[in-house]
Ligand binder design. Structure first.
Ligand code: SAH
Length: 357
């Protein structure tokens, strides 16, 4: 039986019409599922009883439950979900200090950014990332991606669930169709109503996916995991660079910016002894200097014991940031979140699987 969350609003309307029901009930069904979190058709009390029965005969409404939950002292909460086929995926709620107008005190207000997975495991095997350590299993379905969002939204400890990033396990542009279908539902006013500008797709640099995304009529944020500004080092850290090397990637970014007029954020994990030296900062400044709308987001690496990855000391991080600022780049430094709960990609799954073995 199909999960009803696989259907776009339009597909659901068409289904209802094919049954002789008015299509406006589709919005009502979206509302029950995504806004009220109801997953039994029998409880959708404003739908005709006959329609509820037809729906129940044709569709199921799945939901996720965590096999493990970890809460960090900074409020970051990580959930490990067991899917119907027993595969495991991770998603995280990350509280952010609310951006308030000058003069207003932040009080207790905070917004929550949900971080979700797009695949079980990952094909891309970046050397610093725990997600690829056990290889690739399968794509997540549209319904499974939406189930992650539903769970995160309904399980915030405080604050408002406002932003979403595809920075969990997997490569979103390698599961393009399902991710885009899910985003259109996440975006829908009748479902989660999260604005496209508040949704970030993060990619390791899958050029055909970036090109396709540039053609969509969607204002989503695009992040590129760069992590090195020379082909030799980047290919060592990220094997995807052998297929899509830097010159082609930057050209593709230039075209993306020209077509969409949207900024691209380049994620750069600072790894001690690997890519955090002055020469690396120089390479990075040179690589990005001609991109009209680019931002660099520096992230001190989360330690991954399995891969011997460690962050540089704070003086080196400061130096790196100041170098880029002086070179005229737009730079931010992301605070490490959830360090004490293994919040880096794939880490909770690895730990859980180890404890089960
Ligand atoms: N495949 C996509 C999305 C998943 S990774 C991508 O590559 O962008 C999401 C982000 O977490 C990426 O920027 C990734 O490089 C980063 N990441 C992976 N391992 C990390 C680690 N050990 N420390 C800090 N960030 C890490």
């Amino acid at each position: 039986m199909q999960d009803i969350k696989e259907l776009s609003l339009k597909a659901l309307e068409d289904k209802l019409l094919s049954w002789g029901s008015p299509k406006y009930h589709a919005r009502g069904i979206f509302n029950w599922i995504y806004q009220k979190g109801v997953n039994e058709f029998s409880r959708m009390s404003n739908l005709p009883v006959a329609l509820r029965e037809t729906l129940a005969g044709e569709f199921k409404v799945t939901s996720l439950h965590p096999a493990d939950t970890q809460k960090s002292s900074d409020g970051t909460t990580k959930f490990l979900f067991e899917l119907a086929d027993k595969n495991l995926v991770e998603a995280v709620n990350i509280p952010m200090a609310k951006r308030l107008p000058a003069g207003k005190t932040p009080a207790r207000a905070s917004t929550i950014t949900g971080c979700i997975s797009s695949q079980v495991g990952c094909k891309f095997a970046c050397s610093f990332c725990a997600s690829g350590l056990k290889g690739f299993k399968r794509n997540l379905s549209v319904g499974e991606i939406l189930d992650e969002v539903l769970y995160l939204k309904n399980n915030v400890s405080s604050g408002q669930f406002t932003h979403l990033v595809f920075m969990g396990t997997g490569e979103p542009l390698d599961n393009y169709d399902n991710v885009l279908k899910a985003i259109r539902i996440i975006n829908s006013p009748d479902a989660f109503n999260i604005g496209a500008r508040r949704i970030t797709i993060s990619t390791c640099g899958v050029i055909p996916g970036i090109k396709k995304l540039a053609q969509e009529d969607l204002q989503v944020e695009l992040s590129i995991s760069l992590h090195a500004a020379g082909d030799k080092l980047r290919s060592q850290l990220m094997p995807v660079n052998k297929k899509y090397p830097l010159a082609a990637l930057i050209k593709c970014c230039q075209e993306y910016i020209a077509r969409t007029n949207r900024q691209i954020t380049f994620e750069y994990i600072l790894i001690k002894g690997v890519n955090a030296e002055a020469a690396a900062a120089q390479d990075l400044a040179r690589l990005l200097k001609d991109l009209r709308l680019a931002k660099v987001n520096l992230i001190p690496a989360n330690s991954v014991a399995e891969s011997k990855i460690f962050p540089p000391d704070s003086a080196q991080i400061d130096f790196f940031k100041r170098y880029l600022l002086k070179a005229g780049l737009n730079v931010t430094l992301r605070r490490e979140r959830g360090q004490d709960i293994n919040a880096a990609c794939g880490q909770l799954r690895l730990k859980y699987e180890k404890s089960q073995n």
